[in-house]
Design a protein. Structure first.
Length: 97
């Protein structure tokens, strides 16, 4: 079988370029996914002072929990104090005191 050396060399170069571009794409994609995971983790772990809407059901659960456990709330910071002091949300019943 006869081979044309010009064709063989061209095919090798095109194949090498294709593999380099594919590996570059995959490595870039990996770094982008790692960056997204890091930012998602930071968002989940952050405890910022963003205002939170409390549903009426959760308000009633918190009020009942405060009465049941005799929690002392300072001043007018009722729900803010409870969310800051008890981030595990024990009023939901999953982790009792």
């Amino acid at each position: 079988m006869l081979k044309s050396f010009a064709t063989f060399r061209t095919e090798s170069i095109i194949g090498a370029i294709f593999l380099a571009l594919l590996s570059g794409f995959l490595i870039g994609f990996l770094f982008i996914q790692m960056k997204n995971l890091e930012s998602d983790t930071l968002i989940i772990e952050s405890n910022t002072g963003v205002a939170k809407n409390v549903s009426p059901l959760e308000m009633s659960l918190i009020d009942d929990w405060i009465i049941d456990y005799g929690i002392k709330i300072p001043g007018d910071k009722r729900y803010d104090y409870v969310f800051d002091k008890y981030p595990q949300k024990p009023w939901l019943g999953s982790n009792k005191k």
